[in-house]
Design a protein around this ligand. Structure first.
Ligand SMILES: *[C@@H]1O[C@H](CO)[C@@H](O)[C@H](O)[C@H]1NC(C)=O
Ligand SMILES: *[C@@H]1O[C@H](CO)[C@@H](O)[C@H](O)[C@H]1NC(C)=O
Ligand SMILES: *[C@@H]1O[C@H](CO)[C@@H](O)[C@H](O)[C@H]1NC(C)=O
Length: 425
């Protein structure tokens, strides 16, 4: 082919240049809370995500009749992603959409399916533009595909019953599971730790079709309409250990910025609109989960069994009140699920060589354990007061620090969102 022709072809079809590797990691982004976002705000988030190896955002959105800014923010997201070489796809939130919206869904999917920032499943556009959902199990993707016959679509909807996918006639190509926490199904809370029971059912029923596995660090929510905590505890690294063993086709982090359910890993997003979740998310940074996850994301993509740690760090997380603390002015009462929680402080050491970890939790005596190289999570009995951490190797302290947030023995309102911190050598 003439060089000029190739150049023109690549300009017209940038996906040929920026082809995706098969193992991609996406993160669920709540468009509903970024009404005021500019393209620059989107770029701030995208840069944070790219820094730990996230390939793209699943743009969770409601129809324009619910959030009149949805079209504008989808356009901003695609534009920002294009400018930074990031990928996005739309995740229709069927708490708000319904199958009667099919024509509108076709318009939107068709509008973006050949956009340079559109995420494709597999190596090229011929593998299909990804479209996904939250719930909406019965949505007919054949109707979408039939109308967009000039562009292959790969439908990876969220499916609640893994048995449904075996014989689904809805045109789905694969499935995304929302069971990122220990659950008996739906929102039923069961004791931890997390297992791969649901993943295994999805993988079996999909019989080789792509499975997009969910990875989440936590889940606490405290609205009138929902007041519970899933048993997350050591989930932040346990879940990734499971993913490295399962090797699912795709991963979707749940979520990037859902402050309301406390499973955000983004920074605080100063320009998001607060739906009331500021009461438990403000002042509770989760950036440390990104530090913890970067080596897991790299390992997942390369097919490695274990994450590689390049420098000595530790990430800690804990709830900021013991679970029997009665909060004094909370009309909602304590969240469902607390009976299964443990009053412990979690420390994930990220070490190049074995070392000694010492944790002083409040008034408890300092506790020292020997930890191996790699990423290891250890827990320590929670004590009210300051939380201090140090790591020594061969008798020499290599890192130490005290958390900016104490554990308190009193509270006004219930907050079971974890406080997350990082210490580096
Ligand atoms: C938030 O919005 C303001 C005003 O539009 C802007 O100046 C600022 O840069 C934004 N902050 C971030 C972090 O994007
Ligand atoms: C189509 O994309 C443009 C931006 O490229 C956006 O402004 C418009 O709202 C989109 N329309 C639909 C139906 O998605
Ligand atoms: C704390 O660590 C112990 C020892 O490894 C383990 O048996 C226990 O399940 C852990 N607790 C939690 C809540 O993860």
């Amino acid at each position: 082919m003439a060089k000029r022709f190739v150049a023109a072809l690549l300009a017209a079809m940038p996906w040929l240049v920026e082809s995706q590797t098969e193992k991609s990691v996406y993160a669920h982004f709540m468009v509903g809370i970024v009404e005021k976002y500019t393209v620059d705000d989107w770029k701030t988030d995208i840069a944070q995500a790219q820094a730990i190896g996230i390939d793209g955002f699943a743009l969770n959105c409601a129809p324009e009749r619910v959030d009149n800014y949805t079209p504008k923010q989808l356009a901003n997201a695609y534009q920002a992603a294009e400018e930074l070489g990031f990928k996005v796809f739309i995740s229709f939130d069927f708490a708000y959409w319904n199958t009667g919206d099919t024509e509108n869904i076709i318009d939107i999917v068709g509008n973006y399916s050949s956009h340079p920032a559109q995420a494709y499943y597999g190596m090229s556009i011929s593998d299909g533009a990804i479209v996904s959902t939250f719930i909406g199990d019965t949505m007919d993707w054949n109707a979408v595909k039939n109308e967009l016959s000039n562009q292959k679509i790969t439908a990876l909807p969220n499916i609640q019953d893994p048995n449904f996918v075996a014989n689904a006639q809805t045109g789905l190509d694969g499935a995304f599971s929302w069971y990122a926490w220990p659950t008996g199904g739906g929102n039923s809370i069961i004791p931890g730790p997390m297992s791969t029971v649901w993943d295994n059912q999805f993988i079996e029923n999909l019989a080789g079709r792509p499975y997009m596995a969910p990875v989440s660090p936590w889940f606490f929510t405290h609205f009138n309409s929902k007041n519970w905590v899933f048993i997350s505890e050591d989930l932040p690294n346990l879940r990734w250990e499971q993913i490295l063993a399962l090797k699912p086709t795709l991963v979707e982090i749940v979520t990037w910025n859902d402050f309301g359910e406390s499973h955000y890993i983004s920074d605080s997003q100063p320009n998001h609109s607060d739906d009331g979740s500021g009461a438990w998310a403000t002042g509770y940074p989760h950036a440390g989960f990104r530090t913890l996850w970067a080596p897991y994301i790299a390992a997942y993509k390369s097919g490695a069994e274990k994450p590689t740690v390049e420098s000595d760090q530790l990430v800690y997380w804990y709830r900021t009140t013991p679970k029997d603390t009665v909060c004094t002015s909370d009309a909602l009462g304590p969240p469902d699920g607390i009976e299964y929680l443990a009053d412990v402080v979690f420390v994930a050491t990220m070490l190049t060589e074995p070392a000694e970890l010492t944790v002083t939790s409040g008034g408890n005596a300092p506790a020292t354990v020997t930890v191996d190289a790699g990423i290891i999570t250890t827990n320590f009995t929670m004590g009210v007061g300051q939380q201090s951490f140090s790591v020594s190797r061969n008798g020499v302290e290599i890192l130490s620090g005290t958390s900016e947030k104490d554990i308190a023995s009193s509270c006004e309102t219930y907050n079971y969102n974890p406080y997350v911190g990082v210490l580096s050598a």
